[in-house]
Ligand binder design. Structure first.
Ligand SMILES: *[C@@H]1O[C@H](CO)[C@@H](O)[C@H](O)[C@H]1NC(C)=O
Ligand SMILES: *[C@@H]1O[C@H](CO)[C@@H](O)[C@H](O)[C@H]1NC(C)=O
Length: 395
């Protein structure tokens, strides 16, 4: 009996709460409509222009939803690049994105005489829409006088549309875009070196082939390099969903580190780094390591520190190698929190590596440990005993 009364009380209170929620929802959705109407009457022309630009799929960084009857086809296409190719192909190459910067960043003023930059983008069998959206976002959101050229380095792709068609398209763009071809598959590091060698800008900016740059991304990077040419700078890497291509702002409260297996990891920014910046989150954030895909470096400084390790294969470990190199050669590695660039993060890699993924990464990591870690390399060998056992020195 007691139990029955208890149940009744619980049920009635839940019901009351549900009713309150419904009331609140209705009330606030009504209110939104009022605000809309007010805006329309205030700035009808501006509103119309803005809403037109924001209507298409994915505009303002919104998620793309694929219709039910297309889901099967979508799953098939997903396998090609390990992201939702169908969604990407639906989104305009020049889609609009939200301004996700901290308020303190939006009012910063930069010098007129910033160094200019060459952009180097390495690709291998990239999708047309993601590659060209990267290029268009660079062109549309970079001051023209700061953009020397864009170099697209093709690491031996096998897709037809990345051949002549890409070169012809590049010629129609209002910025100099050149396509360089590797004769055979050499991997990210050697392809980046090939691109870097061909640059003429004062700064080299490396980007991945499936990025989107947001408003004001470039100036703060170049301004920091102008201040100190030995600072190597990364934007905040925002997340573009591999499922929906929704644009989601990354955090300025995490930075790069690594574990003793020499995997790159994100960690919370420690209090000492917040204190060093006197709590101003818009100031450059010193980071032990970088994710590696996106960064800017003074071209002559890049040469001074010996560029990348050309003995590393394909991909993996090169981001930590570059990070250790920078810190140990008198430079600094920083995340510029006023610069935001989106990146499509995938759960799996669509590429096959000659010799297998594990093999390549192990070799690269051994080079990393032997060259830059002195006695600390022992931690790595203890944690990864398989690698420690093969005593042949890295070649
Ligand atoms: C993208 O380009 C098209 C065609 O040039 C143009 O109509 C559209 O307004 C542009 N979109 C944005 C968001 O700038
Ligand atoms: C960029 O800087 C280089 C070196 O100072 C200069 O030769 C080049 O003309 C500049 N490019 C642009 C687009 O201003």
């Amino acid at each position: 009996m007691r139990r029955f009364v208890y149940c009744k009380v619980v049920l009635t209170t839940s019901l009351v709460w549900v009713l309150v929620d419904v009331f609140l929802l209705l009330y606030f959705s009504e209110c939104n409509k009022c605000d809309d109407r007010k805006d329309h009457s205030l700035l009808p022309a501006l509103r119309a222009v803005m809403s037109r630009a924001h209507e298409g799929p994915g505009e303002m960084g919104k998620a793309v939803v694929i219709a039910k009857d297309e889901q099967e086809k979508m799953k098939e296409l997903f396998k090609i690049n390990q992201f939702n190719l169908m969604a990407s192909d639906m989104i305009a190459l020049n889609r609009s994105l939200p301004d996700v910067r901290l308020d303190g960043c939006k009012t910063k003023v930069y010098a007129d005489d910033l160094p200019n930059t060459s952009i180097v983008i390495v690709f291998h069998n990239e999708a047309w829409s993601t590659l060209l959206r990267t290029v268009h976002s660079v062109i549309n959101r970079s001051p023209r006088h700061l953009l020397q050229e864009i170099l697209l380095v093709d690491d031996a792709s096998e897709r037809d549309f990345l051949g002549k068609k890409l070169e012809n398209y590049a010629r129609t763009l209002e910025v100099r875009v050149r396509v360089l071809r590797m004769e055979q598959r050499t991997g990210l590091i050697r392809a980046r070196l090939r691109g870097a060698a061909a640059t003429r800008g004062q700064v080299i900016t490396f980007l991945d082939a499936h990025c989107e740059c947001t408003v004001g991304w470039l100036e703060p990077l170049l301004a920091r390099i102008k201040e100190d040419r030995r600072s190597v700078v990364c934007p905040i890497i925002d997340v573009i969903s591999d499922e929906t291509f929704e644009y989601m702002a990354g955090s300025d409260m995490t930075y790069g580190g690594f574990n003793w297996k020499l995997n790159f990891r994100w960690y919370p920014v420690p209090q000492r780094e917040m204190d060093r910046r006197k709590g101003d989150r818009t100031l450059p954030l010193r980071t032990p390591t970088m994710a590696g895909g996106l960064f800017s470096i003074d071209r002559t400084y890049f040469e001074e520190i010996g560029t990348y390790d050309p003995g590393m294969d394909i991909w993996g470990g090169e981001n930590l190698e570059m990070s250790f190199r920078i810190w140990q050669c008198g430079g600094s590695l920083e995340i510029i929190t006023c610069s935001h660039v989106g990146h499509v993060f995938r759960k799996a890699t669509p590429y096959s590596f000659p010799g297998g993924t594990g093999q390549v990464i192990n070799k690269n990591n051994r080079r990393l440990a032997e060259v830059w870690m002195d006695g600390f390399k022992d931690f790595f060998y203890i944690i990864s005993p398989v690698i420690g056992k093969c005593k042949t020195p890295p070649t």
